[in-house]
Design a protein around this ligand. Structure first.
Ligand SMILES: *[C@@H]1O[C@H](CO)[C@@H](O)[C@H](O)[C@H]1NC(C)=O
Ligand SMILES: *[C@@H]1O[C@H](CO)[C@@H](O)[C@H](O)[C@H]1NC(C)=O
Ligand SMILES: *[C@@H]1O[C@H](CO)[C@@H](O)[C@H](O)[C@H]1NC(C)=O
Ligand SMILES: *[C@@H]1O[C@H](CO)[C@@H](O)[C@H](O)[C@H]1NC(C)=O
Ligand SMILES: *[C@@H]1O[C@H](CO)[C@@H](O)[C@H](O)[C@H]1NC(C)=O
Ligand SMILES: *[C@@H]1O[C@H](CO)[C@@H](O)[C@H](O)[C@H]1NC(C)=O
Length: 393
């Protein structure tokens, strides 16, 4: 190759080099196409289990405002008919940061038919994060540079959900948002007891600005995801619009201790049990269901804990929750078999990945002195078994 470039001056050699380069490119391309085909047919990740047995609510009293027929309500909203009741839970926050164009894709559906059936699956990953978890966001961004992920890039978008922090100036987030353009942020205070606002913000944003997505993986910023398994799982489903899977919890009592951050007064929620729900740490949901949720959110009384709020909404809409080991809360030991799992294998993994990402990009030196490797202190305390603590400021 070197002699080739040295000789570029004479046109005959130039021509020869051109031919040689073209041949090389053709060979590489052929290999690439074969490799891709091969990967799609053969290198399916270790079989993730199918949607597991469907579980239904036990006959507890889950009555909760508004007590109206939600099927009728939804039908009215979907048909653009006037609704006879007033909303009781209007989401009244405004965007501080909104990457509106993130999901704008040239709709080349035929190019997406990787699954053989021509279903153009498109995944949106919504990640609840908090201001201080910059290192976790960077780890996730870095993961998208990996080979394993690149293959799916065109059909995946990742967005971080944040609230507002009064205390420190919000400019750090503004800068991060400028650089990466992947932060959705509204002007509610970023606290644990405001998580429902964050979740509702995520749903509203997804259905409005990313409706091209067919499915949403909703998770905390300390969860790993396995995108290949998402698509593999979807290919196995008969009805991909009913996909709503997670770590199923039922007969969970409200926490009545007034010093707990999960505290629920009897006014908040009067019954001994919540309807079944998926812990907010991670779950996977179809856009079809997400759209139904968004439409009825304003008619369900606000409750501070987001996963129980969604459980109530799902119950009112009679949406079935599918229990699934694909959403693993017990660690990432079986990474090849899951869609999402909590926790990093070890602390070193997070740190080295993140550092490498920063260095590779070299972006920080020029654009923002704030994000320097040296500055970025690592906080292992946020990594293991504390996902509930992650989103408080
Ligand atoms: C369910 O609880 C509500 C209070 O929220 C109460 O008014 C209603 O009578 C209860 N229903 C039954 C069947 O116990
Ligand atoms: C939630 O956010 C609102 C708006 O910023 C704020 O007024 C309220 O205090 C927050 N609530 C909690 C519990 O942090
Ligand atoms: C919290 O509950 C304890 C008893 O369980 C009670 O003594 C205390 O006054 C309560 N605190 C508040 C702020 O309601
Ligand atoms: C709720 O869903 C289940 C299963 O999808 C169905 O059998 C049942 O009839 C539904 N109930 C109502 C009230 O729509
Ligand atoms: C990994 O899979 C094995 C075998 O199915 C299981 O026993 C183990 O609990 C799994 N580990 C985690 C962290 O889920
Ligand atoms: C906000 O400021 C108060 C007092 O100035 C301080 O105690 C608190 O730690 C700050 N909160 C955060 C999240 O930095």
């Amino acid at each position: 190759m070197r002699t080739c470039f040295v000789g570029l001056r004479t046109s005959r050699r130039f021509w020869k080099c051109g031919m040689m380069l073209s041949s090389v490119i053709i060979v590489i391309e052929v290999i690439r196409i074969f490799a891709i085909k091969h990967v799609q047919i053969c290198a399916v990740p270790q079989a993730p289990v199918d949607m597991e047995t469907t579980t239904r609510a036990t006959p507890n009293n889950y009555s909760f405002p508004l007590e109206i027929d939600f099927h009728e309500l939804l039908a009215d909203i979907e048909a653009d008919r006037p609704v006879s009741v007033q909303p009781i839970n209007v989401h009244q926050f405004s965007y501080i940061s909104n990457p509106k164009n993130m999901c704008r894709v040239n709709d080349l559906r035929h190019r997406w038919s990787l699954d053989g059936k021509g279903k153009p699956f498109f995944l949106l990953i919504l990640i609840k994060s908090s201001r201080k978890n910059f290192h976790l966001r960077q780890t996730i961004r870095w993961k998208t540079k990996e080979r394993r992920f690149k293959k799916w890039r065109r059909r995946v978008r990742i967005v971080f959900l944040l609230g507002y922090s009064f205390n420190e100036s919000n400019s750090e987030i503004a800068r991060e948002s400028d650089i990466f353009n992947d932060i959705v942020q509204e002007d509610f205070l970023d606290t644990y007891r405001n998580l429902t606002y964050k979740t509702v913000m995520g749903y509203r944003w997804a259905t409005k600005y990313c409706s091209v997505a067919t499915h949403i993986l909703f998770q905390d910023d300390d969860f790993h995801f396995n995108v290949a398994n998402v698509f593999y799982f979807l290919r196995l489903q008969q009805d991909t619009d009913s996909v709503y899977i997670g770590h199923y919890i039922e007969d969970s009592p409200p926490d009545r201790h007034n010093d707990s951050k999960y505290y629920m007064t009897y006014d908040d929620y009067p019954h001994p049990y919540f309807p079944p729900y998926f812990p907010g740490g991670a779950y996977f949901i179809s856009m079809t269901i997400a759209q139904k949720f968004v439409k009825v959110f304003p008619y369900v009384k606000h409750i501070a804990i987001d996963d129980t709020f969604l459980g109530i909404v799902a119950y009112k809409l009679n949406v079935t929750l599918h229990d699934s080991g694909l959403i693993a809360f017990g660690g990432c030991e079986n990474f090849t078999e899951i869609i999402s799992c909590r926790g990093y294998i070890n602390v070193q993994e997070v740190f080295s990945g993140w550092k490498e990402f920063l260095q590779n990009l070299g972006i920080f030196k020029t654009k923002s002195e704030f994000f320097s490797v040296e500055d970025a202190t690592f906080e292992p305390i946020h990594l293991q078994g504390q996902s509930k603590d992650l989103h408080t400021s």
